[in-house]
Design a protein around this ligand. Structure first.
Ligand code: 1GP
Length: 240
């Protein structure tokens, strides 16, 4: 049987209007021992597991991915804040370039540092434009990368950044309001980007409800990413 690649899965969903849902887990917040409880709480329709965080202890990502690998069927995709989080135990990697910022460390330096970890691995590497958009809080991404998000009012700048990414050969665009954002990326922005580019579009940051997810899909998101809302639920259920 010929199975499609990770990226072909994104393209098929994009072209056929199949909503993808990634649940994001931060190895600094979810311990491998909490995985059994966590997987019971995965929402219906979860298609991917993203693993990553802005500040993660060395080794924590690999330990979590190994534990997840044993129990989840969904592809496990790294969404790293730093090249040190890359582990070849995952199925894929969003090879991020922070195009909303002007910090060379996150435009090219981290990417070069990542190469030795990837050269002889089978991890599916997907070139991804990462665009940080104002979400009403000081996000960890903005703090760690020392970059500013693009204000939501600057729709044209966001659209042009996404289109430049497509011209540069990126394969995915990720519109990010930042983990725990007070408000997610507005539908008008998602719609404007979707109408201008032909790449699959990921939207995340501050999405907490089914209604917010549905609005993002209706506006043109191929995939929605949810992290904080599920993390909080897990902690609450465990009375931590
Ligand atoms: C963060 O887009 C993701 O990188 C998810 O954000 O934690 O707010 O769901 P939340």
């Amino acid at each position: 049987m010929i199975t499609e690649t990770l990226y072909e899965g994104f393209l098929r969903a994009h072209m056929n209007g199949i909503p993808l849902l990634a649940v994001l887990v931060d190895p600094d917040k979810l311990l491998p021992s909490q995985v059994p409880n966590f997987i019971q709480q995965l929402p219906d329709g979860t298609t991917h597991i993203f693993v990553g965080g802005s500040e993660v202890a060395v080794g924590a990502t690999e330990a979590l991915v190994t534990r997840l690998r044993a129990v989840v069927e969904q592809p496990i995709v790294l969404f790293p804040g730093d090249y040190r989080q890359i582990t070849t135990k995952a199925d894929g990697l969003l090879f991020l370039s922070l195009l909303s910022g002007r910090n060379p460390e996150y435009l090219i330096e981290q990417q070069i540092q990542a190469v030795p970890r990837l050269l002889h691995s089978e991890v599916a590497v997907i070139p991804t434009a990462y665009i940080l958009i104002e979400g009403g809080h000081h996000s960890a991404v903005a703090r760690v990368t020392n970059t500013k998000p693009i204000p939501q009012e600057q729709t044209e700048t966001i659209v042009h950044t996404a289109k430049a990414a497509e011209y540069m050969g990126k394969k995915l665009v990720y519109l990010e309001a930042g983990s725990g954002a007070k408000f997610p990326v507005h539908e008008t922005i998602i719609k404007a980007v979707r109408e201008t580019i032909s790449l699959p579009l990921i939207v995340g940051g501050g999405i907490r409800s089914q209604q917010q997810m549905d609005s993002a899909y209706q506006a043109g998101a191929t995939m929605v990413v949810m992290g904080t809302a599920l993390e909080e639920k897990l902690l609450k259920d465990q009375n931590i």
